[in-house]
Design a protein around this ligand. Structure first.
Ligand code: BTN
Length: 245
């Protein structure tokens, strides 16, 4: 699939702009909205997402799939894996904090926000991605959770646009496979990169906090949690925190 690019200096949020303009996009292409800065960036669970000007990858990809496509809910994970694969090719050792975060040195490097709008037989998919590329350690310390950037990890400045072009290319390939087979071809690769595997974690599924051991991933990308009563709880989506006694 080809890309239709929309490039901005500043936007409140590429995700919100994409949702407001979706009717103008070519449904045969992947629309790619990028901004040098966001003034009202948002993450999962209504959290704020800070993008200092000119330093980070800040983008939303939009495309249309049939609403009955296999494993639609795992498209965010598929994109997260595309990004992780590019980072591995760049010589880094990313881990994935299920479902959609990329960690380097146990700190957050990138996050993906996947939102799907269903309209009759179509699903419009909005994949927002933020990658901390060139902020300094001081800038990263201002974030309210342990976070890092490529510059902090590698002690060099990165060409964020060149890096994002590689991510787009990787994802366009992965999307072709996803369309045919859903998340299944990505399942093991994703599972191999999981952070906190076989460790005690808490998962907030939006309603309830579950405590257990991170057991495995289902074929369609859901998380299997081994509960203290020796049963498996499968969680569709949520937020993980490791349990430190
Ligand atoms: C998360 O980790 O909670 C997901 C963060 C997603 C941030 C990106 S930046 C580009 C796009 N526009 C937004 O407002 N959010 C996403």
């Amino acid at each position: 699939m080809q890309f239709q690019n929309f490039v901005f200096d500043s936007l409140p949020s590429t995700q919100d702009w994409a949702k407001e303009h979706v009717q103008e996009f070519d449904p045969e292409k992947i629309a790619c909205i990028t901004a040098e800065e966001q003034t009202k960036g948002r993450g999962r669970f209504q959290r704020k997402w800070i993008t200092p000007k000119g330093k980070n990858i800040c983008a939303t990809l939009v495309f249309r799939l049939p609403s009955n496509s296999l494993h639609l809910i795992s498209l965010g994970q598929t994109f997260t894996l595309s990004l992780a694969k590019v980072l591995i090719k760049e010589g880094l050792k990313p881990q994935i904090k299920w479902p959609n975060d990329i960690l380097l040195s146990q700190k957050k490097l990138a996050g993906v926000l996947c939102e799907i709008v269903f309209q009759n037989e179509n699903a419009d998919v909005f994949l927002g991605v933020g990658v901390n590329v060139n902020p300094t350690e001081e800038e990263m310390n201002q974030i309210d959770q342990p976070a890092t950037s490529l510059k902090v990890e590698t002690k060099r400045t990165w060409d964020k646009n060149a890096l994002f072009e590689k991510v787009k290319k990787q994802f366009a390939e992965d999307l072709q496979r996803f369309k045919k087979l859903g998340f299944e071809p990505f399942h093991h690769e994703f599972e191999n990169l999981l952070a906190f595997k076989h460790q005690e974690i808490e998962v907030f599924d939006g309603v309830k906090k579950w405590k257990g051991i991170l057991h495995s991933l289902t074929n369609d990308g859901q998380l299997n949690l081994y509960l203290p009563d020796k049963t498996i709880k499968t969680v569709l989506s949520g937020d993980i925190t490791p349990r430190i006694e």
